[in-house]
Design a protein around this ligand. Sequence first.
Ligand code: ADP
Length: 536
Amino acid sequence: MNVLTKKHLLAVIKKSGIGILILDESLNIILTNQWILKHSNLRESDLQNKHISDVFTDLVGTRTLKSIQQCLEFSQYSILTHTLNPFPFPLFENEQKKLKNERIYQYLHVIPISIDDEPNRFCMIQISDVSQQVIREKLLREQMIIAKERETEAKKASQAKTDFLASMSHEIRTPLNAILGMADTLNETDLSEEQTEYLTVLRNSGRALYNIINDILDFSRIESGKLEIEFVDFSIHELIQETISLFLIKAKTKGIHISYSISEEISPMIKGDSTRIQQILINLIGNAMKFTEKGSIFIKLMLSEKKEHLVFEVKDTGIGIPNDKLQSIFESFTQVDSSTTRKYGGTGLGLSITKKLILMMNGTISVQSELGKGSTFQIEIPYEGLLPSESNQKQHWLDLELPNPENFPPCKILLAEDSDENVFIIKTFLRKYPIQLDIAQNGKEAFEKFKCGDYDLVLMDMQMPEMDGMEATKQIRIFEQRNIKNQSGETPIIAISANVQKEEIKKSFLAGITSYLAKPVRKIEILKLIYYYIAH
Ligand code: ADP
């Protein structure tokens, strides 16, 4: 067996791949190795038996020297990393680096050495070159910063796109409201058969355009996280009947049979977002109608096995969807093939919005389809049925029977609205009713007029120049409180706004509005709401 002699051990230290320095208690260097000589560019005689701070003058007052002193004095072991120790040994990779004073990054072990039966203590310093790792780390960190910056930029760009979509669709909606409102009003006048036909095309195209704009607006709202899901009580039977009735004429013209069934287990009143559930059903039934030439559409509503979910099924006998497209149809702007747009129209946004809405309700959507035979879309959303005693039986203003104009209660209304077109539309909506309508062009004027006039009701546009609807409402409420103007309580203020975000609506109610109508205002809605407040 070979035994390592003192000579061998010395050779091991001399040729070691890391730097080794051994100091005695007086901080004199008693042993060094080739690695140190190479990187310090010194000769052995420059180091041997020299005080460490005489050789490496830079070390005076640094952490490195302090650690060496503590090692010899208290036998303390230290590790000094390049991050904790910005002043390591003046060691260099090569002559060039030395000229530039670029030291190598070092990882130091300062190790106390003592042998049991000897009083002398030593300090061994091991120096590893970690420059490669540090450079790699730095590079990685830089790449991460760049990636993060890119991500932020991408997010900003996506946000800008979403905001642009939202404001564009809003801008398009406003004039479109006027077109639809006027078309509705024109429909009430005496028209020849030919004119009625032209008007039908105008109204249908207007509505189709309106639906597309709404889809884009919804999509951008969902993308920017601005769409919220409501939780209200509603009748599921009414919702299904109402939704199907929207398709009856179309079904009849196409010769398609449309029917539905609702499981008796489902309670008549349930909790959820009725508007969004209806929107989902309209999308699915609309697609079924669009892609079915003959046969039937069947809507089935049941409970899941554990009775925890409402399950909607929309089944058609239409063209079907190829297997490899079953997933991608849920992505934005995706259609089975580009000829779809030419033949059937559509934006490819419907199913993407539908899926996003369902996910927001913590639900799921799936589809089964066979080419040429038909498709079945199934959605599941959490179910919360109400007991009959829990349902709120209060009559909704939309359920009111509107009297004929001659039986409508005469009243005086203040309309605060800056857009001439909107004023014109509302004027034409109300023209046959005994309503005296005063107009204010902005919130300030509305407040001044309110103080002098004796109004039964105020219609308040929320976005107006100079003073907006929110501020005008607040001023009116303060004025009412100070003057006890209206003996029977506050004057009803109906806000009219295109901004239907929950937060905005909440703020408007806090400002003091009584009720809220979303733009585009339909004639029947505004009349019923006015009637509700005037007659009650
Ligand atoms: P759009 O109908 O506006 O094109 P959707 O997102 O609603 O957009 O649908 C995406 C695509 O999925 C449609 O273009 C069509 O190719 C396919 N699709 C959806 N529903 C059906 C269906 N019931 N039958 C056949 N294909 C369908």
